[in-house]
Design a binder for this molecule. Structure first.
Ligand code: TMP
Length: 237
């Protein structure tokens, strides 16, 4: 069966119900806009399980997501939403592209979170944008940008607390949103929440427990993801 959409880490398939899609998590990992690529056995399974647990946890805190159900170890059923082409990044601690762009040392703690928008375009390398770009490019209205920012900060508050219970510091993360296709179109969380899309540092040791292990060739990538899943599952059970 041909996917409806294939991204770097997931595939989307139609189902018998036009309102429902199947989202399959792949074992492939990419970094630096796919300049660097590798396959990790079990990554799909681990990211499916982590996303599922995170979405369920967020739903209990009133954050709506596109999740409907789990099918198997690497497939989730999700609402067929229109994905907004704006990626929302929240940063609590300087790292990654922020440190590089701004010359700020990794690990510098921000007084308040920084929210960033980028244009979801592999071709352009997900460039940093602001509300005015989003409006003029027809990606999101000013009201929607305000809503994305507000929702992302709520997700940040909930996840900081949750990961603290897992012994993990939430350094930063990227989330995506979709518009539901019902009459009362709502903006809900979509895509994934995993060590591919969050930077997580062990509170005790400072060890990186996320995709930076792959980006920076630190080794033990799947071992770190397994450990994150173990902690997430024990904090949600
Ligand atoms: P950055 O520091 O490379 O901009 O990344 C910020 C956060 O966003 C980090 O937790 C990793 C995540 N991220 C993605 O999920 N997808 C991407 O394509 C990029 C560039 C970052």
């Amino acid at each position: 069966m041909e996917p409806l959409y294939e991204g770097k880490a997931k595939r989307l398939f139609t189902t018998d119900d036009p309102n429902v899609l199947r989202m399959e998590y792949k074992d492939e990992a990419t970094a630096f806009n796919a300049e660097k690529k590798a396959e990790f056995e079990n990554k799909g399974r681990l990211n499916t399980a982590i996303t599922l647990a995170m979405y369920r946890m967020l739903e209990t805190k009133g954050v709506e997501t596109h999740l409907l159900d789990q099918i198997d170890e690497i497939n989730l059923l999700v609402k067929n939403v229109d994905i907004l082409m704006v990626e929302v990044i929240v940063r609590n601690i300087a790292a990654g592209s922020f440190s590089k762009r701004m010359g700020v040392e990794e690990g510098t703690v921000f007084n308040s979170p920084i929210v960033e928008f980028s244009y979801k375009s592999d071709e352009l390398g997900d460039p940093l944008i602001n509300d005015d770009y989003a409006r003029e490019m027809g990606l999101a209205t000013p009201d929607e940008c305000a809503e994305l920012k507000k929702k992302a900060l709520i997700v940040n508050d909930v996840m900081i607390d949750f990961f603290k219970r897992c012994g993990l510091k939430l350094v930063d993360f990227k989330i995506e949103f979709g518009r539901t296709k019902d009459a009362d179109a709502k903006i809900v969380l979509a895509d994934e929440i995993s060590p591919d899309t969050c930077r997580l540092w062990d509170i005790e040791t400072g060890k990186k427990m996320d995709k930076d292990r792959f980006r920076q060739d630190l080794g033990g990538v799947m071992g770190a993801y397994e450990e994150v899943l173990k902690r997430v599952e024990s904090a949600t059970s």
